[in-house]
Design a protein. Sequence first.
Length: 240
Amino acid sequence: MFPGELFAEAQSGESGNAGICLLGGQRAVYTTGTSLMARYTGPKGRVNRRLQTLIYENSGASRALEKRGNQPPGMHIRGRRPSNYGMALMEKQKIKHYYGFGERQLRRYFDKATRAKGNTGENLLLICEQRLDNVVRRVGLAKTRPQARQGIAHGHFRVNGVKVDKPSYMLRPGDVITVRNRENVLKLYHGIREQGVEGEGIEWVSFDTESLTATVQGVPSGSDISLPVDANTVVEFLSR
């Protein structure tokens, strides 16, 4: 196992309210509560380069992947092939960084996926796809998933007319997502759309660009998964 290939797992603080995860020597702050949500505050371009995937979509991180995507972060990195354990851990980190949650929440999703019928790896990703923050990003109401999580935490969105401030809220068929009916909030999200941010056209959610309303019409399928990851490797890793 090589030092550069692994990410340290989150370590809970003594108070139970915060923790720190190390990524290549950088910090990620994890806040915990009734629903665990991770907020990575380190350099996002390093994550994209380390995982060789467009995890963070902001302009700087995207450029870092385009320009130096074949070069891992750090000085004098030797081109060694990571071990099987290292590869599995990197696949797991893709899911955690892409969807924006910590180890404990990933384990809960995994337990739920193992109890469902079908392929456990696909079930795990489908659960992640049904998160409110993921849908807000994919319909085009945010430029990135961190931005979607911030908007939800600030109370900018309603589900079936009720304020939801948990990015991990799981959507069901028939749910209707709307933007808070307040002038400055509506102006903000219309402005995001005017900047050229477009949705990804997911089949199980319809979106009205005029009223900024998204309606969940079904459940996602394997073709709706947006993250390129080897989920079966992650399942093997979590089953140890």
